[in-house]
Design a protein around this ligand. Structure first.
Ligand SMILES: [Zn+2]
Length: 359
């Protein structure tokens, strides 16, 4: 199995793909970005969102997260966890839940990086489901001793957006058609396909004529949420959304729904001993979080709403010993906090400030 190559172009740095397997043996992607000058730098593990990939931190058309980290003296590591669109089997639908990500993917990556970097500090910067799954790994005590964690969009207390009417209509369509995935690339799908009604629904009230953009920005794969503030994207990024985000698997929705209803990251597998290491409810074990946490979110987050503000309130009330902060980014939605054309100016500075303070 080969991973789709990254779309990255970096000057003066070397991108090194590491052969890497999760703790259940699944082949994943782990990329080390070595700066031109070898020196002892703190490492930063970047965790993408579901159906995205490490490419979301490497957009050549903008000043991206990896460049900013390199310039500020960090060594970036990128994990393509099992929900990455760079992994070819995600087109065909190998099933998993976020339990697997929290138990098998993230802890294995942290151990691997530690073996390579020795005693240097290791941070994690995580987006969306990457951050949600990381919160479960941390609450399980599986990744102790991180130097600090930045979580974008959501962390321990998910509130999921969704317009009920659209959601219900979609759900009906989906059940009738027995879909397994919702595609995002309309050029691949074709106009007259069984997915046409989904795109038609997503286009309702959309300002942009691009069907891929409509299903992401206007409906977030049929969930009825919104992934980004449209005007924040570079034109090039807008035109390659179908490259950056793969098809969305529908069989993950029951776990997502359970998580959203609980307002907490909860384990999916209740009676399976293999997942015993994970707490049933991550929030109940927030005392295992042993490092400073920066929660960030766009003020217009149309996916997870004000989940981060809630998380900040809950953590400061329940875990007063924890160094937890909340920063809201005005005018930003969700994914644009990393892939927006101005993210380096508007968002990354907050992340660097936090990392610099704890390095
Ligand atoms: Zn658009």
């Amino acid at each position: 199995m080969t991973l789709r190559p990254l779309y990255a172009r970096l000057d003066g740095a070397h991108i090194e793909e590491t052969p890497f397997r999760a703790d259940d043996g699944l082949r994943l992607g782990l990329t080390r970005v070595r700066p031109g000058v070898r020196e002892d730098r703190p490492a930063v593990l970047l965790l993408h969102g579901h159906t995205a990939s490490s490419d979301m931190f490497l957009l050549p058309e903008t000043r991206n997260m990896v460049e900013v980290l390199l310039d500020d003296g960090y060594e970036p590591w990128l994990l393509d966890w099992r929900g990455s669109c760079r992994l070819p089997w995600n087109e065909t639908g190998r099933r998993y839940t976020y339990d697997d990500v929290a138990l098998y993917d993230i802890p294995a990556a942290v151990r691997h990086i530690r073996r390579e970097i020795g005693g240097r500090p290791l941070f994690a910067v995580a987006h969306c489901i990457g951050a949600l799954s990381l919160s479960m790994s941390m609450a399980a005590g599986l990744v102790p001793g991180l130097a600090g964690v930045v979580a974008q969009g959501v962390f321990l207390t998910p509130k999921l957006a969704g317009r009920t009417s659209l959601k219900m209509t979609m759900a009906g369509e989906l059940l009738r058609s027995r879909f397994d995935h919702i595609p995002v690339d309309f050029r691949k799908v074709g106009f007259w396909s069984r997915y046409t009604p989904l795109f038609a629904l997503a286009s309702r009230g959309a300002d942009c004529p691009d069907p891929t953009c409509q299903i992401l920005c206007n409906s977030a794969w049929g969930v009825g949420a919104s992934l980004y503030v449209h005007d924040n994207l570079h034109d090039t990024t807008h035109d390659r959304l179908a490259q950056l985000l793969g098809p969305a698997p529908l069989w993950i929705l029951p776990h997502l729904r359970r998580v959203a209803l609980a307002r907490s990251m909860v384990r999916w597998h209740q009676n399976d001993d293999r997942y015993r290491a994970l707490p049933e409810n991550a929030l109940d074990h927030a005392d295992r979080i042993d490092c400073p946490v920066l929660l960030i979110s766009g003020s217009e987050n149309g996916m997870w709403l004000d989940s981060q503000k809630l998380c900040y309130q809950v953590l400061t009330a329940r875990q007063p010993q924890l160094d937890v902060r909340y920063t809201e980014i005005p005018g930003y939605g969700h994914l644009d906090a990393f892939i927006g054309r101005g993210a380096a100016l508007d968002v990354f500075g907050h992340i660097l400030e936090f990392l610099d303070e704890h390095r």
